[in-house]
Design a protein around this ligand. Structure first.
Ligand SMILES: [Zn+2]
Ligand SMILES: [Zn+2]
Length: 155
C-alpha cells in the first residue's frame, strides 16, 4: 500500500490520513510542515503518502525523505499542537512514524485535540460522541455521560 508518515514535533503521534482517523483524533489529519529555510511551506490535510497542500500554489507539497536518517528533512506538526506550542519556527526534523500512520492498534492515537479545554479550563482528556469534551476529574465526577464506544477507546 505504501503508507508512511512522520511524527508531530509536539505530541509524537503521527500525521494521520483521513482514512486512519476516528472521531477522537480527526484533528491529527490537519498538519503544518516547516522547511528549514522557508518556514511554513505546507498546511492542510495529510494524504497518507507524505503529501500536504502547499501554502502557495495548488500542488501538494511532498515531504523530503532523508536517506541518511530514514526520517524527513522538514518539521511536521499537527496544526493544533503547533498552535498550542505558540507556532514555533523550524526546530529540527520529524521522525519517521514506526506504524506508518496507518498500521496501529485501535486506540493507539486516541488523544483529544490539545487545543480543547474542559468547561473548568483544564485540558480535556475525554471527548464524547456529540463532540463535547471534559477533563479527567469532571469526567469522573461530573454528569458527562460517554457512550460505550468512547469509554472503550479511551481506556
Ligand atoms: Zn501533535
Ligand atoms: Zn473539568
Amino acid at each position: 500500500m505504501g503508507f508512511f508518515s512522520y511524527n508531530c514535533k509536539g505530541c509524537d503521534h503521527p500525521m494521520l490520513s483521513e482514512h486512519a482517523t476516528n472521531g477522537i483524533n480527526s484533528w491529527m489529519n490537519e498538519v503544518i510542515v516547516l522547511d528549514k529555510a522557508k518556514g511554513v511551506i505546507a498546511k492542510g490535510g495529510y494524504d497518507g503518502y507524505g503529501r500536504i497542500p502547499q501554502v502557495e500554489g495548488d500542488d501538494l507539497y511532498r515531504v523530503t525523505y532523508d536517506e541518511k536518517t530514514g526520517d524527513c528533512l522538514e518539521a511536521c506538526w499537527h496544526e493544533a499542537c503547533w498552535e498550542k506550542a505558540g507556532k514555533p519556527g523550524y526546530d529540527g526534523s520529524s521522525k519517521s512514524a514506526y506504524d506508518q500512520g496507518y498500521f496501529f492498534d485501535e486506540g493507539a492515537h486516541d488523544v483529544v485535540d490539545p487545543t480543547k479545554y474542559c468547561d473548568c479550563n483544564m485540558p480535556a482528556d475525554h471527548i464524547y460522541e456529540d463532540g463535547t469534551v471534559a477533563c479527567e476529574e469532571c469526567h469522573k465526577w461530573g454528569d458527562h455521560r460517554p457512550t460505550a464506544f468512547y469509554e472503550r477507546s479511551l481506556n
